[in-house]
Design a protein around this ligand. Structure first.
Ligand code: HEM
Length: 510
């Protein structure tokens, strides 16, 4: 008995010693590899390391915007992260088009998001990317896709979104988190659109979705991996299954389980004669893990981006009644007073609304920055040298706030800047890379725009959104792969005032 007990303690000691040795070794390795960068003494790196930038800026993207503005080339380098960041459209075109092959996502990026996104389209290069792009383009590039998106979205608006907001309209003591509502709305819409299934997240009871909660956590924790000074930091935590890595593993386990349910259901209802994206992929992919990765990627693509744009758009509407009024005046003219929009074709006539949406995305892009890795030593058109293996980031958030690109009124919300003689006029996509640009441009842009404009016009026609106190002049964002308002968007829902009142507001500001 005694020897069994001492044997237990001996083996326990041995395990503990091994653990200690591995930990010390890993710490040593981290210190060794991260050494030259962590100890960079330049002002920017010091400010990044001791987070003193927070004394002056609400968000990291605001600090980067400030730094990029000060740089004569609109490009900066953060030594501790070995990260070159640019807001220069000529550099952006070079990365995303001219030298596309030299700026892939790269292995470091794939490793950071690998556990969450696996081999999904956002996380791969080469043949795996080409295959998924081809399949997705076939589906998302169909001309009928906009009308199909219109139908899916309008069903969700009429059956769930409007009844939910009607139920709280005019109630002075009920604040509702509009960001949460939009995420649920987008989750239902993208599932019906991409997988032909309805998760019913936006039912009146606002059921807690384990999938959605795990999804948010995995997105946040994966993004935070990219903020550590050396990948060894998160890799060690992952190996030891401690801290945030433990939480990430747990949330990914839940996502895997639920993604598998989506696949099983699609299989049960049949997929060979179905038109949705997942069914298309299922006809040529039999690897369950790969299908799981495809499901997760399309959820990320379609839910968080659109919900993020809707959140900032309604925040802007609450702060700009003159724009809200102008949108409604246009809708009255195109659709008719108090009438519902009935087709995608009708929506195309709403140029001012389209411009307001683009203006909202200029100031608040849902993907604030996007990184690639340099394959071979290169020189950007502005003269910045980029070493092999370096992370290179283009920054749509900073670009949208650049005086050089948008003029001295760049911080003002002015949809008119997108109109010529009342007609929407698109900008150079490398100056406005909100949907990325070049070879890997977003494939869901048309679907997204149908969704964004449909929600905007349907809600603005019925409701006026008022922000709950305390109101801030700029939003604070939470870390994540897409821009998310910290604390959500708490609002009161009121009835929309009549068109004549709005017209008065409109003429008063004109
Ligand atoms: C306002 C909404 C949206 C914005 C701003 C947006 C933006 C972007 C951006 C910046 C990328 C490049 C990401 C990267 O390579 O790192 C991208 C890629 C992509 N997006 Fe979107 N997206 C939106 C909505 C959607 C929707 C609704 C779908 C699908 C239905 C979608 C499907 C895709 C796909 C498949 C790609 C991958 C393209 C490729 O790698 O070849 N997006 N999007």
């Amino acid at each position: 008995m005694e020897s069994a007990v001492s044997g237990f303690f001996w083996s326990f000691d041995q395990e503990f010693c091994c653990f200690l040795v591995v930990t010390v070794l890993l710490i040593f390795l981290i210190l060794y590899f991260a050494r030259p960068r962590v100890w960079c003494k330049c002002e920017i790196c010091q400010s990044y390391m001791n987070t003193s930038w927070k004394n002056h800026f609400d968000n990291l993207c605001d600090w980067y915007t400030y730094l990029l503005k000060k740089s004569p080339t609109q490009t900066i380098h953060i030594h501790v992260l070995d990260n070159t960041i640019t807001a220069n459209p000529v550099n952006v075109e070079y990365m995303l088009k001219t030298r596309f092959d030299n700026f892939p996502k790269g292995k470091p990026f794939s490793a950071i998001l690998g556990d969450f996104l696996g081999r999904g389209i956002f996380n791969v290069d080469g043949d795996l990317w080409r295959f998924q792009k081809k399949m997705a383009s076939l589906e998302l590039g169909r001309t009928s896709i906009r009308s199909y998106a219109f139908e899916v979205v309008h069903h969700e608006i009429e059956q769930r979104l409007v009844p939910l907001l009607e139920s709280v309209k005019g109630k002075e003591d009920i604040f509702i988190d509009l960001q949460d509502v939009f995420r649920r709305f987008c989750f239902d819409s993208i599932c019906r659109f991409s997988f032909g299934l309805d998760p019913k997240c936006l039912e009146l009871t606002l059921p807690i979705s384990k999938f959605a909660v795990s999804f948010d956590l995995a997105s946040k924790l994966s993004a935070e991996r990219a903020m550590t000074v050396s990948p060894l930091v998160w890799k060690m935590r992952r190996l030891l299954n401690i801290g945030d890595e433990k939480k990430l593993r747990k949330s990914i386990k839940m996502i895997n389980k639920l993604a598998q349910e989506v696949i099983n259901q699609r299989r049960k209802f049949g997929f060979s004669d179905q038109e949705d994206l997942l069914s298309r992929f299922m006809t040529s992919v039999s690897d369950e893990t790969f299908l799981r990765d495809i499901v997760v990627s399309f959820l990320l693509a379609g839910r968080d981006t659109v919900a993020s744009v809707l959140t900032s758009f309604f925040w802007l509407m609450a702060n700009h009644p003159e724009v809200e009024a102008a949108i409604l005046v246009e809708a009255d003219r195109v659709i008719g007073q108090n009438k519902e929009i009935t087709s995608y074709e009708q929506m195309k006539e709403l140029h001012y609304l389209h411009a307001a949406m683009y203006e909202s995305m200029r100031l608040y892009p849902p993907i604030q920055f996007d990184s690639k890795f340099c394959l071979e030593d290169d020189v950007l058109p502005d003269g910045t040298t980029v070493k092999k293996g370096r992370r290179v980031t283009y920054h749509p958030y900073a670009m949208g706030r650049s005086e050089e690109l948008w003029g001295t009124d760049c911080l003002e919300f002015k949809p008119e800047r997108w109109l010529k003689d009342g007609v929407f006029f698109p900008e150079n996509p490398f100056k406005f890379p909100v949907f990325q640009a070049g070879i890997r441009v977003c494939l869901g842009k048309e679907m997204a725009l149908v969704e964004l404009k449909s929600v905007a016009i349907s809600l603005l026609n019925r409701f006026h959104i008022e922000l709950a106190p305390p109101q801030t002049t700029t939003p604070r964002f939470s870390p994540g792969l897409t821009a998310t308002f910290h604390g959500g968007l708490q609002v009161l829902v009121r009835a929309q005032s009549g068109p004549s009142t709005l017209k008065n507001v409109y003429s008063a500001v004109k």
